[in-house]
Design a protein around this ligand. Structure first.
Ligand code: PMT
Length: 345
């Protein structure tokens, strides 16, 4: 049995040989129509053909053998390198909890899952034991000079282990990593194009927190920025806007698929408005809105027909450690059922 994680490439290592290339034209801050220009002006990661092959084989396997629906779950935050030989980068808070947890519930509900995640962020199943607040050593105990699972946790661990083995044995989960925003965008495009054959049976669940600003390759310094090079002790960084790729996704790469984007805000008063304007702008099927402060307890499904359906955990559920994704994913699947239905007639 091979582990689902591909070990062939590591996205956290910068491609040092692709140092600054002055032949790349200056890339202006993006407008909605600038997506194509981005790909003309930025090099793809060198390992992309390997990913494409793995993903194509995964999709073909399920088309031929299982007829499962396939969910592409994006998860975790993208980095924005400040140097080509990257010492420093801009990052964001996302740990990948939403994506990793949701992936488990998709698998439980019979989906195959392509898990496009920030390398070293939380993964389905291992997330229960890998986070720094959930150290795996706390689940062990010593008995007669031997190490054992602490009986207090054994039943729960067995359940997780069985689900993990199920996902592996049924070849239902493939893990695809990214680190930088450039790697994320290229990989999203490639995977989406591979998923085209699935048409309405493909579901895009875009929970990753993608950087809105970045340094274009044309003006990225090759080496570590020297503190002596700053003016008056200040470092000024000029960032360009990352194009919003949702419109390309909806119109070209993933035509026919059901697309769900997320909207994260910190101000309750603008959440629904921002989610609704994303639907107006990109014409996709669902925006799931969440607030940074309450994202583990409540989310809102904002739909093109104007419905705003809240999903909330009640006090008992919070005390019982119920995961909100256990309520979200069945509700998402209901919307996906309707989408497949409306596309088959
Ligand atoms: O990982 P956790 O700690 O559990 O946190 C989960 C989460 C809060 C990050 C997650 O639930 C969430 O809300 N993710 C989306 C964050 C967000 O608001 O991103 P955005 O407003 O930058 O983008 C909105 C949508 O457009 C997203 O679905 C994003 O994938 C997509 N996008 C963003 C940028 C870009 N250049 N192109 C895009 O398509």
């Amino acid at each position: 049995m091979t582990p689902p994680q591909s070990k062939n490439f590591h996205t956290a290592n910068p491609e040092a040989e692709s140092a600054i290339d002055r032949s790349i034209p200056e890339f202006e801050a993006a407008k909605i129509s600038d997506e194509d220009e981005y790909f003309q002006n930025h090099k793809p990661p060198s390992y992309l053909p390997e990913i494409e092959k793995e993903v194509q084989e995964f999709i073909e396997y399920h088309r031929k053998n299982t007829q499962k629906r396939i969910a592409l779950v994006t998860s975790g935050g993208t980095t924005v390198p400040l140097e080509n030989n990257t010492v420093r980068f801009i990052d964001n808070f996302s740990a990948g909890t939403r994506g990793a947890t949701s992936a488990e519930y998709f698998l439980e509900n019979g989906y195959a899952v392509i898990f496009l995640h920030r390398e070293f962020s939380l993964l389905p199943y291992s997330r229960h034991y890998s986070h720094s607040t959930n150290c795996f050593l706390d689940f062990m105990t010593e008995k007669n000079d031997k190490i054992e699972i602490n009986p207090k946790f054994a039943d729960e661990m067995l359940k997780v282990l069985r689900k993990y083995n199920d996902a592996k044995e049924s070849n239902s989960l493939i893990l695809i990593p990214f680190t930088t925003v450039n790697q994320y965008l290229y990989t999203l495009k490639t995977v989406s194009e591979c998923l085209h054959v699935m048409s309405s049976k493909a579901l895009f669940y875009l929970a990753a927190a993608v950087s809105d600003f970045f340094i274009p390759q044309s003006r990225m310094p090759t080496h570590k920025i020297q503190s002596s090079a700053t003016k008056d002790g200040e470092l000024v960084i000029r960032l360009a806007q990352v194009p919003k790729f949702l419109s390309r996704l909806v119109e070209n790469w993933a035509q026919g698929a059901m697309i769900i984007s997320f909207k994260l805000e910190t101000d309750n008063n603008i959440l629904i408005k921002k989610a609704t304007s994303a639907l107006d702008r990109y014409h996709h099927q669902l925006v799931i809105g969440n607030l940074l402060q309450t994202r583990k307890k409540e989310v809102v499904f904002v739909k093109p027909n104007g419905d705003n359906d809240w999903i909330k955990l009640n006090e008992d559920e919070i005390k019982g450690n119920v995961e909100i994704e256990s309520k979200m994913i069945p509700a998402v699947i209901k919307v996906h059922d309707e989408w497949i239905q409306s596309n088959s007639s």
